[in-house]
Design a protein around this ligand. Structure first.
Ligand SMILES: C[S@@+](CC[C@H](N)C(=O)[O-])C[C@H]1O[C@@H](n2cnc3c(N)ncnc32)[C@H](O)[C@@H]1O
Length: 249
């Protein structure tokens, strides 16, 4: 399938979604503010930091990380943090931010007029995250035993979400945590209909695919706003969940 995540417009859209100032993302005072800072909230609202204290050097993997904001947030809790995505342009942007802490970019204002701004990251730890291109349906086999695996708004962009689920018991170490967020926006342009994990009952189907290896620990609603241009926004509500990797039954 086409990777539509490679265009200039989308790169600007995602850099703005992840690193834009609140007033850049939502310039209208009447607009929904509860959808701002989504890639920060998926980490801080869902991660259980207390259970990481037993690990000497906790490590985290952010799958489908896009331009990497949640990956940077994970460095506040884990010493080794990796982010991966299928889009090379997203990964290049994220790695540049990790190396240089800033990245000039443009986002669409209207028609073909783009506004220039700069994405900036504050160093949250001494060890910056690393980024690489990878397919969530077929991750490198050496990726194993992470304390935290984070995958936000990814599963309904995959051609076969079950292929991703099947890798999770090996990706997350026993006692580790899986952070998932998904608005279940099933679209045939990304996922053939026979691979949708549900239709109206996707929330229950998550447990079906994740058990017996994972136990649901936390569930939150996570609204998010993506600005397409100055006068057009996507408002969605992602279901945020935290799952504990349990012993195999
Ligand atoms: C809706 S975006 C979500 C990005 C980010 N996690 C967030 O919450 O903003 C979906 C991301 O999944 C990536 N993606 C799509 N198919 C993928 C695949 N097979 N493997 C890895 N990443 C993929 C896209 O490039 C895009 O960055």
């Amino acid at each position: 399938m086409d990777n539509s995540y490679e265009s200039r417009k989308l790169l600007g859209e995602y850099l703005l979604f992840h690193y834009g100032k609140d007033e850049e993302v939502m310039p209208w005072s009447e607009g929904p503010k509860n959808g701002l800072q989504f890639p920060v909230r998926t980490v801080h609202e869902l991660l259980d930091s207390s259970s990481l204290k037993s690990s000497i050097k906790p490590k985290a993997l952010d799958v489908g990380c896009s331009v990497g904001r949640s990956t940077f947030e994970l460095t506040a809790y884990c010493q080794e943090v990796l982010g991966c995505d299928l889009s090379k342009s997203f990964i290049d942007a994220a790695q540049t931010l990790s190396d240089r802490f800033e990245l000039p970019y443009q986002y669409l204002e209207e028609g073909d007029f783009y506004k220039s701004t700069i994405a900036k990251v504050n160093s949250l730890s001494d060890t910056p995250p690393s980024f690489f291109v990878a397919d969530a349906c077929c991750l490198p086999s050496e990726l194993l035993n992470f304390d935290v695996v984070h995958a936000a708004n990814l599963i309904c962009r995959l051609p076969d979400p079950v292929l991703f689920f099947k890798q999770l018991p090996n990706l997350v170490k026993k006692g580790g945590q899986l952070i998932l967020a998904t608005p279940f926006t099933w679209l045939e342009e990304y996922t053939p209909k026979e691979k949708w994990i549900g239709s109206g009952d996707s929330e229950n189907k998550l447990s079906h695919y994740l058990s017996p290896f994972f136990k649901l620990e936390k569930k939150v609603e996570l609204p998010f706003v993506i600005r397409e241009h100055r006068r057009k926004f996507q408002y969605s509500v992602s279901l945020g969940t935290r799952w504990r990797r349990v012993e195999n039954k």
